[in-house]
Design a protein around this ligand. Structure first.
Ligand code: GTP
Ligand code: MG
Length: 192
């Protein structure tokens, strides 16, 4: 969090985390297309030619007021591919809230778990832990065949009882409710 007292602005950082191809960039693309341009910036994406995130995606939202100040939510995605470990660590610096985008496909359970452990490890290095951190889980790709039940995903991934959403990011299902959920978590933490 960064407060600019002169401009009466609070800058908050929300990071979309998760394994490669889970749908993090698709979440931001939907938010970009469906929010009023008056409250959102352009979407900056840095992709490889295969459309995989290379460093991060970024977009800023300006919403309402908190304690008389204008909150600006800076949304980032990390690159999910395993070897971009260093980028993920850098992007997590100063994070205020996380959306963990899990891939619901049965074959991706191992990658979801590895990515969640990678998140926990990186958060611990910044002095936080998932247990008392503002975060939500989105179980994405609910439209595909061969997906895990929500009960199984919950028991394997949601060990701290974070709020969760059942998403289809490409169609926008639960994308905005996921965003709203993480924003609520972040605000709750800063107004206490
Ligand atoms: N069927 C289906 N496809 C999805 C869904 N969400 C994303 N996809 C597809 O999955 C692929 C990867 O989506 P991205 O949003 O680029 O994934 P990412 O998590 O940003 O991937 P990295 O940047 O490599 O970490 C794309 O082809 C998307 O169209 C979904 O809910 N359902
Ligand atoms: Mg991406």
């Amino acid at each position: 969090m960064f407060i600019n007292h002169a401009l009466q602005e609070i800058n908050l950082k929300i990071v979309y985390y998760g394994p490669g191809l889970s749908g993090k960039t698709s979440n931001l693309e939907f938010i970009y297309k469906h929010l009023d341009p008056k409250i959102r910036s352009e979407l900056i994406t840095l992709n490889t030619k295969e459309e995989r995130t290379l460093y991060f995606d970024f977009m800023q939202l300006e919403l309402g007021q908190i304690q008389g100040k204008k909150p600006k939510f800076n949304l980032y995605t990390v690159p999910g591919q395993v070897y971009y470990r260093f980028s993920r660590k850098v992007i997590l610096k100063g994070v205020d809230g996380v959306v963990f985008v899990a891939d619901s496909q049965k074959s991706r359970m191992g990658e979801n778990l590895d990515s969640l452990l990678d998140l926990e490890k990186n958060l611990i290095e910044t002095g936080c832990t998932l247990q008392d951190f503002p975060w939500v889980i989105q179980y994405n790709k609910r439209d595909l065949p061969e997906i895990e039940t929500i009960e199984k995903l919950q028991s394997r991934l949601n060990f701290f009882g974070a709020p969760f959403y059942k998403g289809v990011a490409t169609k926008g299902h639960e994308v905005l409710s996921t965003l709203q959920g993480v924003i609520e978590q972040v605000i709750q933490k800063i107004v206490i």
